[in-house]
Design a protein. Structure first.
Lengths: 600, 359
């Protein structure tokens, strides 16, 4: 079914559902990522609420140890792999082509495949609760606790298999993003005219391309240890648990930047537009982002300061970790420099962006604190680190994502989110967030270790645990207000103008929501802030041509078939290898059909 | 550009005021959490020489962090107030300022260097070898209890680590099980030895022997807890370090080195028999009575401050609850439920009385 030359956006004879299942349109795929990612964000939030409810009082009886361990492990896995990364991928998908002035990503069908594999891995991980038990060895899955001797159930197999699928999904998506950004920029858009958000996307995509293969190897080794009797990580038979830690964190630390850099990019878009002035120190912010990406590969052992590394590795990894504080500091100062001298419109997106600066700074500061191995021996595996990661991931990543949602919602849907409700929801979330996570600093200082399902009274931990739990419910209420806002807004008519915030980047040069082909005429870029340049120089966008000869890729069901095959392979690895073989055959069939599918 | 003249100054003062007020409140709470006194596990009240070295770095880092916090928070607030949208105001169209940007690249550099130098100094000191005259103790991590073996003294105990004050103690950390022939099998998971007041933590890695040393400077009981997630009852893997005067410690060693006297009391004798007939001897050692190697050595269990990996008080009632159904106290406990189900209540009482008498 081809999109005939000379027509765009033609209706199909198929149903809406089939249209979504076979879509290769980056905007539709972005919507799928967004809705699925947010749903998993709610799931991860419920898991967190259960964990916090158990910890509200000493010797809590809401959960037993087993379920608690499953919930804290799955909470982390869900938030990292099923919520924050896909929500990032949603924005990447939607705005890479729009911000660089392209009609779609480089490999539209691969893009669809990435989504279907994500859905498959996400469902597998979440539904494991109903099929013998969810992963219970932490998101880090340290061996030997994750090997069959100590984890005989299927729990940790769900971990390896679903992470393998999710990792492949991210790898596919990242390769696509790298190729798209490097090759498909509009005329005039040099690398140093690339919007900062695109730069951060590019860095993130490279981080994933380089780090995911490492953890893939580790996960396969762990799966083999568990199922085929190999001995990579079992010390009693000559394996080495430290090996797993190195492999995991060479992936795991860049992963942290995978989670935070997109939000740094969003803030770098929102702040200049809302301040009505260009980003302060564009080059410095870009280089700082790239430097964080590069240094991010040289710091993994700071997760292992207490494992007996010895003096020299401690000094080296401490130095490299502290060095990351420098580009991070540069970014924070440059955002403040962007605000300085501005005429700042305080929309909900601005609230979240400024909230990001404040809260991420707290997470950044505590991060530099435990860059010192001496201090880290007291912080590691205590609630101080729990406070740190949540200031980075909720105060940073999630705040940035919400800023992006409010900023781009009119572009994506043609509708505004309610600003008043948005600001109320921001303040509720902000207060709840600080009430939940700041007390965790105090708990850490009082010596409370993390990942404990219960604690005795009389250690000075009771009050702050209760406060944190109350804060978690307040935060959940703030998220609920956002959900209400979303549904309320979706019932409004599409009235958003092309460029409601006075933005400077190309996505604001097309309609809200954009047509399937994004731009009637690909705009020419003359400056880092192309729309502002055009405005200041009186340059009009070219008029809509009478005949548009635009070739858009046709829909395809092969991504769905390969996705289904991969799901079967995954289920086979969990149940019976015969099923995996059948799944592999489906994948081969899908690849065959894909390769021979006509593209017009 | 934003508010002018007095408005700007008011915005600055208000921002700084709010930031300092918030910081003051947070500092108050930090102090409350940090200075808890004895019988807590604060990370901020060092009671050993090496912990003191860590602490001095910690304090420096804490104040640097506080300064950055105050600075960034005050500026963020101030700029939000100063440059909030104004009728008729225009934003200043700047793209950057190289001099300023170079300056604020140096601010984090200076902070980081100020942290790095004392950090490296501390690492070299605390990671270095223990003094030659240090007391040697091997710590063995088990799911979910700590075993302490004094090689030179020939003492094996659990959950309470006795050490003398003002003498270095050198801990060798192992995870697994000693066998009857003296060999060691690394068949346990990763744990972490953490007594916050005495020293930062060090992981107990199967397959790697880790080391930790410190010189306690105060007598008293110091709470410790496993800090590395190690499975179902990770929360209940606790222990205590009892720092004693040299005389008290010597007396404790002398007592540990003798076997407990054979019971003469009838009930205790029955308890000792129950210890065999219920199968306890298969896993537990009582010097002169049994040689089990799986569970904790119970030679002087009656004098320990706690039971079940530091989760229960060592009272007869708690001990009975523990041996009747270990899994109800510690989920996943390797000591099976129902071991004493075939004994009469009198026999269980006798068993508990016997174990309590080992002091």
């Amino acid at each position: 079914m081809a999109t005939a030359v000379g027509t765009v956006g033609q209706t199909t004879e198929h149903s809406k559902i089939w249209e979504w299942m076979t879509t290769v349109d980056h905007k539709k795929i972005a919507s799928l990522y967004g809705v699925t990612g947010f749903t998993f964000f709610l799931v991860g939030g419920i898991e967190a609420l259960l964990v916090r409810t158990q910890l509200a009082r000493p010797e809590g009886t809401v959960l037993d140890a087993d379920l608690y361990n499953q919930l804290f492990s799955t909470h982390a896995l869900t938030m990292i792999f099923l919520a924050i990364m896909p929500l990032g991928a949603s924005f990447f998908n939607y705005f890479i082509p729009l911000q660089i002035g392209a009609r779609d990503v480089a490999f539209p069908r691969l893009n669809a495949l990435g989504y279907w594999m994500y859905l498959s891995g996400g469902l597998m991980l979440t539904l494991s609760f109903f099929f013998g038990g969810a992963p219970d060895g932490g998101w880090f899955g340290y061996a030997p606790l994750s090997t069959t001797a100590f984890a005989p159930g299927r729990n940790m197999d769900f971990y390896t298999v679903s992470l393998l699928i999710l990792g492949s999904s991210s790898l596919i998506a990242s390769l696509n993003f790298v190729v798209t950004i490097i090759n498909m920029r509009a005329p005039g858009m040099t690398m140093m005219r690339l919007p900062v958000y695109m730069w951060m996307t590019l860095v993130v995509a490279f981080l994933l391309v380089l780090s995911l293969p490492v953890v893939t190897v580790g996960l396969i080794q762990l799966y083999f240890d568990r199922n085929f009797g190999t001995n990579f990580f079992t010390p009693a038979t000559g394996g080495d648990p430290i090996l797993w830690q190195h492999i995991f964190w060479i992936f795991g630390h860049p992963e942290v930047y995978v989670l935070i850099l997109p939000s740094m990019g969003i803030v770098s878009e929102v702040l200049p537009v809302m301040s009505r002035k260009p980003l302060f120190g564009y080059a410095a912010i870009v280089f700082a982002g790239a430097a964080i990406g590069v240094l991010g590969f040289g710091v993994w052992s700071h997760h292992m300061f207490t494992t007996g590394l010895g003096t020299v590795p401690q000094v080296v990894f401490s130095a490299s970790t502290m060095a990351i504080g420098i580009p991070t500091g540069i970014k924070i100062f440059n955002w403040l420099g962007t605000m300085y001298g501005g005429n700042i419109r305080f929309t909900t997106a601005t609230y979240y962006a400024v909230g990001f600066i404040a809260l991420f700074t707290i997470g950044g500061i505590s991060g530099v604190m435990h860059a010192s191995p001496a201090v880290d021996t007291q912080h590691q595996d205590s609630y101080f680190v729990v406070a740190h990661i949540h200031y980075v991931l909720f105060g940073g990543a999630i705040m940035g994502i919400f800023s992006g949602i409010y900023y781009w919602f009119p572009k994506m849907t043609g509708r505004f989110l309610d600003e008043t409700l948005g600001k109320v929801s921001f303040w509720v979330m902000f207060i709840g967030m600080n009430m939940t996570f700041f007390p965790m600093h105090f708990l850490g200082i009082s010596g409370m270790p993390r990942r404990i399902y219960t604690y005795e009274s009389g250690l000075g931990w009771d009050t702050w645990n209760l406060v944190a739990t109350i804060g978690a419910y307040i935060m959940a209420f703030g998220v609920l207000l956002f959900v209400i806002n979303f549904f309320k807004s979706m019932r409004q008519p599409q009235t958003a103008p092309d460029n409601p915030w006075g933005g400077s980047t190309l996505e604001w040069a097309t309609s809200s929501p954009p047509p399937e082909h994004n731009f009637d005429v690909i705009p020419e870029v003359r400056d880092r802030d192309p729309l502002w340049y055009n405005r200041d120089h009186g340059i009009e966008l070219p008029p809509k041509p009478e005949h548009m000869h635009i070739h858009m890729p046709p829909p395809s069901y092969y991504p769905l078939i390969i996705g289904a095959g991969v799901t079967l392979v995954g289920l086979g690895l969990l149940a019976h290898l015969g099923v995996a073989v059948a799944g592999a055959l489906v994948v081969v069939y899908g690849v065959w059909g894909w390769a021979l599918e006509p593209t017009d | 550009m934003g508010r002018s003249g007095p408005g700007r100054i008011i915005a600055l003062v208000v921002s700084l005021g709010i930031t300092l007020a918030v910081s003051g409140l947070l500092y108050y709470w930090f102090r409350e959490a940090a200075f808890l006194g004895n019988d807590y596990q604060s990370t901020f009240e060092p009671a050993s020489e090496n912990a003191e070295k860590v602490h001095s770095v910690y304090v420096l880092v804490f104040w640097l962090a506080g300064a950055v916090f105050v600075g960034v928070m005050a500026l963020t607030l101030a700029f939000s107030l100063m440059f909030r949208e104004q009728e008729g105001a225009e934003a200043v169209q700047t793209h950057g300022n190289s001099r300023l940007e170079i300056l604020w690249t140096f601010i984090p550099v200076v902070i980081v260097v100020a942290m790095a130098v004392p950090t490296f100094d501390a690492i070299v000191q605390i990671e270095g070898d223990a003094p030659d005259n240090a007391l040697e103790v091997t710590v063995v991590g088990h799911q979910w209890w700590f075993e302490f073996r004094y090689g030179d003294e020939g003492i094996v105990t659990a959950t309470d680590l006795h050490i003398p004050v003002d003498r270095a103690v050198h801990l060798s950390l192992l995870s697994g099980n000693y066998q009857a022939d003296g060999s060691f099998i690394d068949n346990d998971v990763i744990h972490s030895f953490w007594v916050p007041r005495l020293m930062g933590k060090k992981d107990i890695m199967p397959g790697h022997e880790n080391h930790l040393w410190f010189t306690p400077t105060e007598t008293g009981t110091f709470l410790g807890q496993c800090a590395e997630f190690c499975g179902l009852s990770h929360a209940k893997m606790r222990f205590r370090v009892i720092v004693q005067t040299q005389e008290d410690y010597d007396a404790w060693v002398a007592q540990q080195q003798t076997n407990p006297a054979d019971p003469t009391d009838e009930q205790l004798l029955a308890g000792q028999q129950a210890f065999s007939s219920a199968g306890c001897i298969g896993c537990h050692t009582i010097n002169g009575v049994s040689q089990g190697l799986v569970g904790p050595n119970l030679t002087y269990v009656g004098e320990r401050s706690t039971l079940a990996g530091g989760w229960l008080d060592n009272t007869p009632a708690q001990m009975e609850a523990w041996i009747r159904k270990p899994s109800s106290v510690k989920p996943g406990s390797h000591m099976p439920d129902g071991l004493v189900d075939n004994l009469s209540q009198d026999q269980v009482d006798a068993l508990v009385a016997y174990l309590q008498s080992l002091r």
